[in-house]
Design a binder for this molecule. Structure first.
Ligand code: F6P
Length: 327
């Protein structure tokens, strides 16, 4: 059944492009005569009833903004069925017939929980981590990788000038998609990801050998890799003598949330716009319980039940390529 009034929220870590998705949901919904309310601060705002009406006009001019104009939050308490029922109560009191959840893994788990309570929900794949199953790319990933390679380019200049090794930590607590893509696109000499634990001694020996050859080196380390970038830098300093490199100078740079606050790239704006518009179209056609994602450039839907609780593995072809090209 076609909804008359839907709600949209952005949840979890903000991702560049979320605003373009909100704009597309609102405008496409309006073209089906469906009203949209925006929920502030993700599920936290849904539980508290923090909502406002969105229309074609008041979602204008937000496409290029970093972050999310609706605000976002992490709400571990949303795992509790009691808290989920409070969210349903808000939807009922606002006369909302369906919900769009723009976010990553934790947020889509929340979306699925609400779907299990009978709420018609459509998810939109959005996280800089790109670790959601059901899509080959998520909103925000391209922008985050772009920030990382800009940083790598800059750090390479100073690394070469000072004959240094730089270990650059990029975001990704549980997954190394950002690190792998940034390492390949940035031409890094080494990388480390949580999915593929390294042997620190062998990894550092290889990095030291690269330094001997090039007189500088760049390694990209995912936030969730163990040891992390700072610890690897300490290990390398401690092992200078063992590697016969008394003169080697090592620095660690943590990019962190700088990547999340990026201005969305063209590719993220386009992806977000297409996913947001298709989410509204599907809801208008009576579909729900799905996640909107992309598969080779096509917009696709996957059942939420099939994607929650899973982490997308790294692309094996890219991993192979990184090794072959000596990343
Ligand atoms: O949104 C994903 C992410 O940026 C991860 O890469 C990172 O580990 C985490 O969020 C950081 O979360 P928070 O901003 O809550 O510290």
């Amino acid at each position: 059944m076609k909804p008359r009034r839907i709600a949209v929220l952005t949840s979890g870590g903000d991702a560049p492009g979320m605003n373009a998705a909100v704009r597309a949901v609102v405008r496409m919904a309006a073209s089906f005569d469906i009203a949209t309310i925006g929920v502030k601060r993700g599920f936290a705002g849904l539980v508290e009833g923090d909502v406002r009406l969105l229309d074609r006009r008041n979602v204008g001019g937000i496409m290029d903004a970093a972050g999310t104009v609706l605000g976002s939050a992490r709400l571990p308490a949303f795992r509790s069925p009691d808290v989920q029922r409070d969210a349903v109560a808000t939807l009922d009191s606002e006369a909302v017939d369906a919900l769009v959840v723009i976010g990553g893994n934790g947020s889509q788990a929340g979306a699925h929980a609400l779907a299990s309570l009978g709420v018609p929900v459509v998810g939109i794949a959005s996280t800089i981590d790109n670790d959601l199953v059901g899509t080959d790319v998520t909103i925000g990933f391209d922008s985050a990788v772009s920030v990382a390679i800009e940083a790598i380019d800059r750090l390479r200049a100073t690394a070469a000038s000072h004959e240094r090794v730089f270990l650059i930590e990029v975001m990704g607590r549980d997954s190394g998609h950002v690190a792998l893509h940034a390492a390949v696109a940035g031409g890094a000499e080494a990388f480390a990801v949580p999915e593929d634990p390294i042997d620190p001694d062998a990894w550092l020996a290889e990095l030291a050998a690269t330094w001997r050859r090039k007189r500088h080196a760049i390694a990209v380390v995912a936030e969730g890799a163990r040891p992390g970038a700072a610890a690897l830098a300490d290990l390398l300093r401690a092992a200078r003598e063992a590697h016969g490199l008394a003169e080697i100078s090592v620095r660690a740079t943590i990019l962190g949330h700088v990547q999340r606050g990026a201005t969305p790239t063209a590719s993220d704006r386009l992806l977000a716009t297409r996913l947001g518009a298709e989410a509204a179209r599907r809801l208008a056609a009576g579909a729900h319980g799905i996640l909107m994602g992309s598969d080779g450039g096509e917009i696709v839907a996957s059942p939420l039940a099939d994607i929650v609780g899973r982490i997308k593995p790294l692309d094996p072809d890219l991993l192979r390529l990184a090794a072959e090209l000596d990343a």
